[in-house]
Design a binder for this molecule. Sequence first.
Ligand code: DI6
Ligand code: FE
Length: 415
Amino acid sequence: MTNVTANNHCNEWDLLITDANIATMDSNIDAPYGAIEHAALAIKDGHIAWLGKQTELPSFDALATPIISAKGQWLTPGLIDCHTHLVFAGSRAEEFEQRLQGVSYEQIAAQGGGIASTVTATRAADHETLFVLAKDRLNALYSEGVTTVEIKSGYGLDCENEVKILEVARLLGENHPVDVKTTFLGAHALPPEYQGRSDEYIELVCNGMLTQVVAGNLADAVDVFCENVGFSHAQTRRVFAAATKHGLPVKCHAEQLSNQHGAELVAEFKGLSADHIEHLDEQGVKAMAAAGTVAVLLPGAFYFLRETKQPPIALLKQYNVPMAISTDFNPGTSPLCSLQLMMNMGCTLFRLTPEETLAGVTKNAAKALGLSDRGVLKVGMRADIAHWQISHPAQLSYQLGVNKLLNLWVLGRLN
Ligand code: DI6
Ligand code: FE
């Protein structure tokens, strides 16, 4: 059982949660969900100081320690949404109507709609407008137990506007309890003014934009949409090389609509994750396994695009590639701002187990962001903890529409 004496200054705990069942997601605990029932958990300085069976609690100063009873309900790690495009303006509802009449996502992109229409609206919006729009979305995720969110740029597509989006994302992190990580996705789509000159645009991404993003410490990672309607394998490689030169880890929108071997490429750069991956083949899976690159599954985009090609779940399991699940929240392919809905879809659409699904929005999502201080409840980890009114952790993937969140601590703070 986890019980580290070094952190066991029990008269100094900031909070003790008693009468809990804890889905630790710690693979060192030999039980489904790494569960400890009839448990307690102590927090000190925003981190977990003790956790274990309540009967094994060391003696502590009951008068000096604030205590909350979890009333026999469940604690899990705070949820992590590791792939979002949260900062944008405008709506794509009309495009949704077109798509329902049979026009494909690629056709709309080719006609100058799709991502380009969100770019026009986002370029026209100021920091404050974007902040207000994104804050609502962040609140929606937070209300369902999310404590860490990754936010990508990619709807500015020039220096000024990519920087603006990342500044708004940083500002959200400073003004909201949720911890925000940012990713520079300048290579999301070709802006209209660069039509026919995609190599020149990639030059701007690698030199002009990335230099400014790094100078302002605006990004924690770099992503590329490697696709027929995005950027080629060779162009993706150029962006990854530039990111690596600046010491930034890379991620890839890979194999979403076709197999461009983006997953192999991101693995070659020891990248954090390959995301979407419906068209991923065995060679790509092997490369990811060897590099420790996480597979980020985005069932919302799969559902919304009415995709029929499934990501190769059996192969990913066979090669032990960690699988994360995320919303991909964006106006075009996944306007679905609910990580709990994604958990349900992970089970219903991709046939993951509820335990794999919970791992996908906790420990594997942390790994997809390169974060080793969260995603699992154990001593020394951040006290990012969700308290749920549920009788079994599978209920988180099972039931929708009734918010089961009772309490949410971020860095030990209840908001
Ligand atoms: N893949 C996606 O699913 C989103 N971006 C990407 O590279 C779609 C973005 C959009 O359509 O606005
Ligand atoms: Fe995406």
